[in-house]
Design a binder for this molecule. Structure first.
Ligand SMILES: Cc1cc2nc3c(=O)[nH]c(=O)nc-3n(C[C@H](O)[C@H](O)[C@H](O)COP(=O)(O)OP(=O)(O)OC[C@H]3O[C@@H](n4cnc5c(N)ncnc54)[C@H](O)[C@@H]3O)c2cc1C
Length: 714
């Protein structure tokens, strides 16, 4: 009598388990293996893919060729019902289908947890899949190419800085490989030398490679530093941004490349299983079965398996995963035959870590080895461990070639400009600088940015503030020109980022977007053209000059619309400011907002208790009192505002008052008329035809005033 065994995950544990089961079970037993990709990834060689020593395809073994007699399905399992012995998978057509099992072996591994550190998801490179390794390799080569043609020394230095977060095995291996790649490539470039390139390991602990003995640890550090890798210890990453890596001590390490090798979490399938877990891994019995769930097994990185040899939790490494795969297969067969299963028991064979520069450290069966010999051993062992014969031959040849010839500098350009992504920026981070190439279009989801004009005298001027829902970066994209302005985040800011191609495709197809973008571009560039005098007048002034108190005391988020209406009547206020628990500005309601809400919402109902949050303008753009009026006017025009909240600071956002456009208009007109009158007096005293000229000037004054009103009026 047969049945069906399903394995979810085609990694080290799953492949070994499937191979062993196929050998031990008769063909009546159907073996199905689900794996998202159609290949198994040999993670220990991913760093070599990054450094172009090994071809990506040779690190992925096709499961179909590896597992004869096993039904391989390159599909994702989306849910499991252990009580009903059923799982659900997403088929080729996107439909979710069920499948029954007699035994289910979970070997889904784990996944990178980039959310551990703010901004990593958007700005750092993980290293878990072949795609990750390829993207990183391509990015590194792109940075060298950019550095070659970049004339700005500070930007070039950022292109040539590669930060690796984490000083464990993966961090050390990838830092060593990146260092080898970039330093050996430097001789083909003219604009920089190997000594200009920085590869830095940023590690929060006191020493790198905490898993190995003290001597080997020190050897690894010494050798890496000799090869030019900087090791920054007791340095914890706080957030990654487009500019680089900010540490918890507040310092910023500027770099165009941040690689994240720390933080793992359960894959979604395991995370949603309502079963006991230990650090995100499924708690198993000593034989790797799950208590109370007959036929369910978990092993590899997704199982919290106790090693009965020493009573410790097995580490999430390949040699344990593989051994568990073998043992689990034997236990499944034993349980099918009604025999006793065996607890997992394994003595670690040793640890190997390549540190770059054809050097490695190794602890094998009590022997501590380091240097060139350890490196040859490292290569020999991993060559033997590659799952297929074809891989062994191909990787062997590639390694031999690597010893004889240089590495290829060609890189497959994964066209990142086609992406739609999300970017996180910390307060004060530069999103792009005036003169940068324009490759992306940004839409603000959260936070605020300021648009800055870099002046020829070396100074700079903030010319507008943009908030949620606003976009920027369009004009240079449309004109295929360099950035004409610098954009800086004013607080924690999240933007949706569209690559140039995506932007062009969408704006070509979506006419309203194209129009809005064109209108904004015109508004922003032509603002002061007609009356540069308005700009001259306002550029001397800050918001303080026009600051007036709020029309009524701010209300809390819980206030009802009814109360707001009553209060606005009481204070004869034209607007109501809403603050959160900390007193930070959360929204604004103007009389027109109220009117349109009254038209739409059933406010006539006397029992209606509509909260103010339902109708207010959320997180309105706001500025500080000491900022420039030119920026305020540009901001008000951009947002179609007649009043602008003034706050105490970007972090606290407590409302101090507001500026109103009428007051600004009156001031500017009075100033302009005054100037005009002054110049008329001088002219008439000097000119015989004073009267005629005065007439012309009066007309000009009227024209100017009308232009000024248009410029300022929203
Ligand atoms: C860069 C790097 C270097 C490493 N170097 C070493 C090393 O030198 N030595 C060492 O011993 N260990 C190393 N490791 C750790 C080692 O790779 C893991 O411990 C090992 O891969 C775990 O094997 P596994 O079978 O549990 O999971 P994995 O090998 O991760 O395989 C899990 C598979 O399950 C698939 N999967 C997940 N969810 C689903 C789903 N819902 N449906 C279908 N398929 C799914 C995944 O796509 C994946 O293919 C390294 C890891 C990394 C990331």
């Amino acid at each position: 009598m047969g049945g069906r065994i399903i394995i979810v995950g085609g990694g080290f544990a799953g492949v070994k388990c499937a191979r062993t089961l196929r050998k031990l079970l008769p063909p009546e037993w159907e073996l199905v293996l689900f794996n998202r990709e159609n290949h198994m990834v040999f993670h220990p060689l991913l760093a070599e893919v990054v450094s172009a020593t090994v071809q990506p395809k040779d690190v992925g073994a096709p499961l179909r060729q590896l597992l004869r007699g096993v039904i391989c399905r390159a599909e994702e399992v989306t849910n499991i019902l252990p009580e009903g012995k059923r799982l659900f998978y997403e088929g080729y057509d996107g439909q979710v289908r069920p499948m029954h099992y007699d035994h289910l072996v979970l070997t889904c591994g784990n996944t990178v947890n980039l959310s551990l550190i703010q901004g990593m998801d958007e700005h750092a490179f993980p290293l878990k899949t072949l795609g990750d390794a390829l993207a990183l390799q391509s990015h590194i080569m792109e940075q060298l190419e950019k550095a070659e043609v970049c004339e700005n020394a500070a930007i070039r230095a950022s292109y040539l800085t590669f930060l690796v977060v984490g000083g464990g095995f993966s961090g050390v291996e990838v830092a060593g490989e990146i260092n080898d790649l970039v330093k050996s490539s430097a001789r083909y470039f003219h604009n920089f030398q190997a000594s200009d390139i920085k590869v830095v390991i940023v590690h929060s602990g006191k020493a790198i490679l905490p898993e190995v003995g003290e001597n080997l640890r020190q050897f690894a550090r010494r050798e890496m530093e000799k090869a030019g890798v900087e090791v920054k210890l007791e340095a914890a990453a706080a957030k990654a941004t487009k500019e680089g890596l900010r540490l918890t001590d507040g310092s910023l390490m500027k770099a165009a490349t941040v690689v994240c090798t720390i933080g793992t979490t359960s894959v979604p399938l395991i995370a949603k299983l309502n079963l006991p877990k230990n650090r995100g891994r499924l708690v198993t019995q000593p034989d790797m079965s799950i208590e109370g769930m007959p036929g369910l097994w978990a092993l590899g990185d997704c199982g919290a398996v106790i090693n009965s040899l020493d009573g410790n939790l097995c580490p999430p490494v390949a040699q344990f995963a593989e051994r568990q795969g073998y043992q689990a297969a034997k236990n499944i067969v034993a349980s099918i035959h009604g025999l006793k299963t065996a607890p997992f028991r394994y003595k670690m064979q040793g640890q190997l870590c390549s540190i770059g520069g054809r050097s490695a450290v190794a602890e094998i069966m009590g022997l501590k080895l380091s240097g060139r010999f350890a490196w040859f051993l490292w290569r020999g062992i991993y060559l033997m461990k590659l799952p297929s014969f074809t891989q062994k031959v191909k990787v062997g040849i590639e390694w031999a070639c690597d010893l004889l010839f240089g590495r290829t500098l060609a890189h497959l350009k994964a066209d990142r400009t086609r992406r739609v992504g999300r970017a996180y920026f910390g307060s004060g981070d530069i999103i792009f600088k005036q003169g940068d190439p324009a490759t992306e279009f940004f839409v603000i989801e959260k936070g605020e940015v300021e648009i800055i004009a870099e002046l020829t005298d070396g100074g700079s001027e903030t010319i507008a503030i943009l908030g949620p829902g606003d976009f920027f970066g369009e004009s240079s994209l449309l004109e295929r020109a360099l950035r004409t302005r610098t954009v800086r985040a004013r607080g924690e800011t999240v933007c949706m980022v569209l690559g140039r191609n995506v932007f062009n495709q969408i704006s070509a197809a979506l006419i309203p977007l194209k129009d809005a973008v064109a209108r904004a571009a015109l508004r922003r560039t032509s603002m002061w053209h007609n009356v540069p005098e308005v700009r001259t007048i306002l550029s001397r002034l800050t918001l303080t000059h026009f600051l007036e108190p709020l029309p009524m005391p701010p209300v809390s988020l819980e206030t009802s619309v009814e109360t707001v209406i009553a209060d606005m009547e009481k204070f004869t206020a034209d607007a109501c400011y809403v603050v959160d628990k900390e007193g930070a500005l959360a929204g604004i309601i103007t009389r027109s907002d109220l009117l349109s809400a009254l038209e739409k919402a059933p406010l006539a109902d006397p029992d209606s208790d509509l909260p103010v949050t339902e109708i207010m303008v959320m997180h309105p753009v706001a500025m500080e009192a000491d900022e420039q009026m030119t920026a305020a006017i540009a901001t008000m025009r951009d947002h179609d505002l007649k009043q602008l909240p003034v706050i105490d600071g970007a972090a606290t956002r407590k409302p101090l008052g507001r500026i109103k456009i009428e007051k600004v208009v009156s001031y500017v007109l009075a100033e302009m008329v005054g100037r005009q009158a002054d110049s008329q007096e001088t002219d008439s005293a000097e000119n015989l035809h004073g009267k005629a000229i005065t007439g012309v000037k009066a007309r000009k004054t009227r024209e100017l005033a009308s232009h000024a009103r248009k410029t300022l009026e929203i």
